[in-house]
Design a protein around this ligand. Structure first.
Ligand code: PEP
Length: 239
């Protein structure tokens, strides 16, 4: 079953989130495993049975003194089963680094949550032909410090940075090649079969084309996830 993961980022007012959550509870996931990552503020609104809940972030350490952060144990207690780690917005805008990703992943694993670890090349790296070097670097610098049992529980989201929120997407062949490369690298280095999602400007118009990619295990969707009609349309196209 493919994943459809919905990343709301900082969107929705309280009123919009209440309406969204009410409508979302009626969504039938059909053939996919549906996961929503709302703002922390609205996590409590999502109590439906047809989907799983995720957090967009997690603290680097467990409960206690870390002002402004939310611990994995608190998220788990609120029903979150997944958390995004290493999103390009956190890498580029906030400046998070590999040590933080390693700590976050360890926190999630020890609280029985699944990390959704995002990797992807910049446009500059792609144009220089360095896509695979970037992907390898981003994986090895984090996975090299994790134990094998943790790696087994990670889902990777391949998100080319130039495709996020831009309306641009790689060709199906390029996505397939990148996913096959990622899966091969993880298998060769850590003896684990890992699931890999694609993210970057997926919407209800292009998902049927992307869905034919043989190596794909699902999607991480930002912009199009905010519209329930688009979510329903995307679900219909997933095989
Ligand atoms: C994302 O932010 O992870 C993402 C894929 O966004 P969008 O779908 O808007 O490109």
């Amino acid at each position: 079953m493919k994943y459809l993961m919905l990343n709301h980022k900082m969107n929705l007012t309280e009123e919009e989130a209440i309406k969204y959550a009410k409508d979302f509870n009626e969504v039938k996931p059909n053939k996919c495993e549906l996961v929503v990552f709302p703002s922390y503020l609205y996590i409590n609104l999502f109590k439906g049975k047809n989907y799983s809940l995720g957090s967009q972030n997690v603290a680097i350490k467990d409960v206690g003194a870390l002002t402004g952060e939310v611990a994995a144990s608190q998220l788990n207690n609120m029903g979150c089963a997944y958390s995004i780690v290493g999103h390009s917005e956190r890498r580029e805008i906030i400046g998070e680094d590999d040590i933080e990703f390693i700590n976050k992943i360890n926190e999630l694993i020890s609280n029985n949550m699944t990390p959704v670890f995002c990797i992807g090349e910049t446009l500059e790296a792609r144009e220089k032909g360095n896509t695979y070097e970037v992907l390898e670097e981003e994986i090895v610098s984090v996975f090299g410090s994790l134990d094998k049992d943790s790696i087994k529980n990670i889902i990777i989201a391949y998100e080319p940075i130039w495709a996020i929120g831009t309306g641009l997407t790689p060709t199906n062949d390029d996505i397939d090649d990148a996913i096959v490369y990622i899966k091969g690298l993880v298998k060769d280095n850590y003896d684990t079969n890992i699931k890999v999602l694609y993210g970057g400007s997926v919407n209800d118009k292009n998902i049927s084309t992307i869905d034919t990619i043989p190596s794909l295990d699902g999607y991480l969707v930002g912009g199009a996830s905010l519209d329930i009609e688009k979510v329903n349309n995307m679900i219909k196209e997933i095989s």
